[in-house]
Write a protein that binds this ligand. Structure first.
Ligand code: PEP
Ligand code: MN
Length: 340
């Protein structure tokens, strides 16, 4: 349920409405607009009694029942688009952002080389895994805290803010200490304790889509983060399971315009994991921008054949430069009111 207060209505009316909502056992979130306040009522479907009661309270303009199970993430609740700020980087603003880096942090020299190349190619943020969710327990699992420290070093040198994955609730503290943004990976999209902890971390969250998750399940996961008071959530489409092993995953670009309609959160696309094939990364990057994505997260490597993880989908930094140029051209071409 959303309660729209009247334009310029008195603060004490707002307090009174909040008191009635709390007394009925609900939580709330207030969005302070320039003209009027809007209250989002949380914690299950409100009773008809509560709806009727609030409707008659002084200062209340309208009460709207939200049809969706996600509230804070819904566009009904928050019609203006959210722009997530990470240092100087704005995700969801006027310009699509390019995030790039290795799949996994392999060591100091390779990371610094890649970070410099990412920046030179037009990336505005650095990605790289320190804790890796590998399918096999015998594969390289990442450098852990040392990887986080190297990412912080790369940030110091390049100025690029860092996004890296956190896999367990107990890792949230240390990852938040070193990283500018926490990534929750596809395999952990439904790890609810992790989502809650990330919601309390004070860091923006990049929430990847689980590869068998519906759009609604994904938005409910965003809701978990937001319900903890963290509204800085960026959604990342990274492909879902298809039937054809010719690609690693099926990159679901319909998710982009769909989400733009359902939620106010920024949406970015990962064409690397979404296809698993280097040759498909550039075309799907441009397609993602054409579909209205707010940015891309791309894996790059100087010598993909030697990469410790995901070499087949890693592109060379030169290709990233070409993608950056293509992104600017496509974005300029499709920036029409139809995608607003
Ligand atoms: C990653 O981006 O490093 C990653 C493991 O991606 P995903 O969770 O989408 O598989
Ligand atoms: Mn990877």
């Amino acid at each position: 349920m959303i309660v729209q207060m009247r334009t310029g209505s008195d603060e004490q009316y707002l307090e009174h409405v909040l008191g009635v909502i709390t007394a009925a056992g609900h939580g709330y979130r207030v969005i302070e607009g320039t003209e009027r306040n809007v209250i989002g009522v949380l914690g299950g479907a409100p009773s008809q009694d509560l709806v009727d009661r609030v409707q008659t309270l002084p200062g209340v303009e309208t009460v709207i029942r939200i049809s969706k199970p996600y509230k804070l993430a819904s566009r009904e609740f928050h019609p203006q688009r959210t722009v997530v700020k990470i240092g100087n980087v704005l995700i969801g603003g006027d310009t699509p952002v390019l995030i790039a880096g290795p799949c996994v942090v392999e060591g100091k020299e390779p990371l610094l080389l890649t970070a410099r190349a990412a920046k030179a190619a037009g990336a505005v943020m650095l990605r790289g895994g320190a804790y890796k969710p590998r399918t096999s327990p015998y594969s390289f699992q990442g450098l852990g805290v040392e990887g986080l420290q190297l990412l912080a070093l790369a940030r110091e040198e390049t100025g690029l803010p860092v996004v890296t994955e956190v896999m367990e609730p107990d890792q949230v503290g240390v990852v938040a200490e070193y990283a500018d943004m926490l990534q929750i990976g596809a395999r952990n999209m439904s790890n609810f304790p992790l989502l809650r902890k990330a919601g309390r971390s004070g860091r923006p969250v990049l929430l990847k889509r689980g590869f068998s998750a519906t759009i609604e399940e994904w938005l409910m996961s965003a809701e978990y983060v937001m319900a903890e008071g963290n509204e800085d959530v960026v959604l990342c489409e990274r492909g879902i399971r298809g039937f054809d092993p010719i690609v690693r995953f099926m990159l679901d670009l319909t998710a982009v315009p769909l989400l733009k309609d359902l939620t106010h959160l920024p949406v970015i696309v990962d064409p690397s994991h979404g296809t698993g094939r280097r040759a498909l990364v550039a075309p799907m990057s441009l397609a993602a921008i054409a579909a209205g994505a707010d940015g891309l997260i791309v894996e790059i490597h100087h010598d993909p054949a030697q990469a410790l993880c995901d070499g087949p989908q890693a592109i060379l930094p030169d290709v990233l430069r070409q993608i950056a140029d293509g992104v600017a051209a496509v974005h300029a071409a499709v920036r029409t009111p139809v995608l607003a």
